[in-house]
Each structure stands twice: as C-alpha cells, then as structure tokens.
Design a protein around this ligand. Structure first.
Ligand SMILES: Nc1ncnc2c1ncn2[C@@H]1O[C@H](COP(=O)(O)OP(=O)(O)O)[C@@H](O)[C@H]1O
Ligand SMILES: [Mg+2]
Length: 392
C-alpha cells in the first residue's frame, strides 16, 4: 500500500480517490476549503492554500507520502522538484506539473523544441505588446492569461477596439504572481478533441479513443467518445501526444487537447498531466478502465495490458444557475434528479459544499452499444437529462 498526497480535491480528485482505494491505497486529500469532493471519500484530509509553499512543505513533512498527485494547476509547483529529490514520487513528474501550470513553458516546448503545429502565438506583458502582437496574428484572435484555467480571463477578440477590454480581462483573470498574456491566432477548427494518453513506467504509451467536446466560455459543457476522426488525423494527434508527454517525462494519464481542421490538419493546443474534465465521459463505462483507474494504475506502476473501447458514451455538465446568496439551504440541493434517473443513464453529483454562478456541480453520463447506438442521440440525451437538474 502507498500513501498518496492528493493536491486538489475537486470532482476529478474524488473519482481518483475512489479508484485508488479500490486498489488498496491510502489517500490524503488536500484543498483550500473543507468538505471538498475528494475529501469526502479520502482516508484523511488537509485544508491549506497549495500556493503557499511553506504550508505545502508542512503537509508533506507531516504525512511523509510515497506519492504526490496534483489534481489542479494552482499549486506552488516549484517545490515539487524538492520533493522528488527527497525520493517522493511526483505524478507524472515534477517537470510535467511545473511545465503545464504556465502556458508559456508548455507552448514553447511543443512549438519550438518539438516543432508541433500550434496556433501562431505571441506573449504580451503590456497593452502595447498586445497591440503589436495582434497585428501579427490578425483578427479574430484569442487572448488568455499565461496562468489560468477553465476559460478564466480568456476572450476572443474580433477587432482592435476590443483589445483594451481583452487586456484588462486577461490581467484580472490571471492566477498567481505571473501577469502576462498569450495572444493566439484564432483557429477556425471543425471540432476539438482530448486525446487521453497514458504513459507507463514499464510499458508503451497507450491512447484512449478520441473524446470530442464542446466548450462555452472556455469551459466544458459536453463530451463524447469516440469522436469519429479521419484516421490520418488520429495518427498525427497520437504522434504529437507521444512526443510531448515523453518530453515532459513520467507515468500517468494526460489530457492532450487538439483542434482539428479538415482542411489544415491537427493543431496541438495544450495538455493536462492528469485526468481531464472532458474525460469524465469514461465514467459512462465506455472503456475497460475509466480515466481515473488508468491514472492510478500508471502512477503506481501497475501494468495496463490494453485499453478497450466497450461502448459509445456522452457526458453533459450540471452547472449552478444560482449565486451563493440565492442558495436556499445550508448546502446546495438538487431538483429534478428523479426525472433524470427515470431513463437509462447515470448521474454524479459532486457534493461541493458551496455554489458559484455556473460552477460545475455534477455530470450526467450515458452510454450505448459500441456498434449500433447513435452518438448524436447519446449527446442529446445527456444534455436533456442534465437540463432537468436544477441547483437551489
Ligand atoms: N487559438 C484558439 N482558436 C480557437 N479556439 C480556441 C483557441 N484557444 C482556445 N480556444 C477555445 O477555448 C477553449 C479553452 O482554451 P484552452 O487554451 O484550452 O484554455 P483552458 O486552459 O482554460 O482550458 C478551447 O478548448 C477552445 O474551444
Ligand atoms: Mg483546455
């Protein structure tokens, strides 16, 4: 049995804990607030700000974990190198977690060092730099903070007049001490995918069937698997995912994001060195192992003989339509769950103790026969069933 310190205790962490415990592991779930989803199912928990290096050191010293797994990006990741030196196994590796917390490190690695195709991009610290860069990439373009996730501080800029707002919004949406933006060429893609990629300690790199997804405001609304693709584009995405995960080193699951244009091919976008939110579709039983089970096996060095697609599946998110002030009880309640459960589907309510407008509170997953079911029907069904659920 290994002692695992889990940094970040959201819904993805919760499913990871369940997978780890099924393999007999001991998990200490950490986050900045008590009662976080993963804490509810973990063996032990700690509440502290993971951006605070000293607090992180204290948690590591107290629990002496064998393994550290990061579920989120907002972590004082430089410290992970020290823990690795102390002999603690950081998943997938300190390098991977450190590189992916800042868009700059990972984008330069992918585009410059590895020569992968990406949107044209520049960095900007000042409004003048942003303006100059926008003239190079043209309009529309996309402006994002270097450090942010779930679409925070991100905007699509249609014309020069909107640049000022994009600059302010991006700077305000920056997490941590880095105040810098990336400005990217807008890729008019036909669709986007997450390629769940598994690197192993002793075994080949494996790929899940492509997960298609739809984002709104930079946040995921629905995902589905397998996203039908031109086989050449699949090979290209797999080649890129293999190159970038190998360069980052370590074993675990990675959510590698691509934009696919039928005309211009495959663009690498970004990646997470951990289970991906769009990969929650695997909770529908689309595969022999879901993405959390794969991450756990890879992290522990257990063999994964194969990844098999068993069924088609779709997921749709349940968002809070209310603010904390509008919440009626002490904890969030849900209406409409019974109606959702009347049909052949599954629902996961994450158990988050508080709401925010548009906070992800749950997900509906549905699956159908791998050969005979229709993916569009499954997507519609997941979205319809999720729409029955209301937070109050
Ligand atoms: N250069 C781009 N061109 C077109 N759409 C983009 C571009 N960059 C981001 N997007 C859209 O915004 C979403 C979120 O952007 P992403 O870079 O993945 O940020 P996050 O780290 O918040 O997930 C993407 O999944 C895609 O739908
Ligand atoms: Mg993304």
């Amino acid at each position: 049995m290994k002692k695992i310190l889990l940094l970040g205790s959201g819904e993805l962490g919760k499913e990871f804990v369940i997978a780890a415990q099924r393999l007999g592991q001991h998990v200490i779930a950490c986050d900045s607030y008590p009662g976080a989803p993963a804490m509810q199912v973990a063996d032990d928990f700690e509440v502290f700000s993971m951006l605070d290096g000293d607090a992180l050191d204290a948690a590591v010293a107290k629990h002496q974990p064998d393994v550290i797994i990061c579920e989120i990006e907002a972590i004082r990741t430089e410290r992970l190198y020290d823990y690795e030196k102390q002999g603690i196994h950081v998943v997938p590796s300190a390098r991977a977690v450190n590189f992916t917390m800042n868009r700059k490190a990972i984008r330069d690695l992918a585009a410059k060092d590895l020569g992968l195709k990406t949107a044209k991009y520049f960095y900007a610290k000042t409004f003048e730099e942003l303006k100059a860069a926008s003239e190079e990439v043209g309009f529309p373009c996309v402006v994002k903070p270097l450090m942010s996730s779930s679409g925070k501080g991100q905007s699509v800029v249609k014309s020069p007049e909107d640049l000022e707002h994009a600059f302010q919004y991006g700077m305000e949406g920056s997490r941590g001490d880095v105040k810098e933006l990336i400005i990217e060429e807008f890729i008019d893609f036909d669709y986007e995918i997450t390629l769940l990629t598994v690197t192993q300690q002793n075994g080949p790199t494996l790929f899940c069937a492509p997960v298609g997804h739809v984002q709104k405001g930079g946040d995921y609304r629905e995902s589905f698997q397998p996203r039908p693709m031109n086989p050449e584009h699949v090979r290209e995405a797999e080649r890129m995912a293999k190159a970038v995960t190998e360069a980052l080193t370590g074993a675990g699951i990675w959510g590698v994001e691509f934009f696919i244009s039928e005309k211009n091919g495959v663009y690498f976008s970004e990646l997470s060195p951990r289970p991906h939110d769009t990969g929650m579709v695997t909770l529908a039983g689309t595969q022999n192992f879901n993405e959390f089970e794969l991450h756990c096996r890879a992290a522990l060095g257990l063999p994964i003989p194969c990844i098999k697609l068993l069924r088609k599946g779709a997921s749709a998110v349940i968002l809070s339509g209310i603010t904390p002030e509008q919440m009626e009880g002490e904890v969030p309640q849900f209406r409409g769950v019974e109606q959702t459960c009347e049909e052949d589907a599954d629902i996961r309510l994450f158990g988050k103790p508080t709401v925010r407008m548009n906070r992800r509170m749950g997900v509906v997953v549905v699956s159908g026969d791998a050969e005979t079911s229709n993916l569009d029907d499954l997507r519609d069904k997941a979205k319809r069933l999720a729409s029955y659920v209301e937070v109050y």
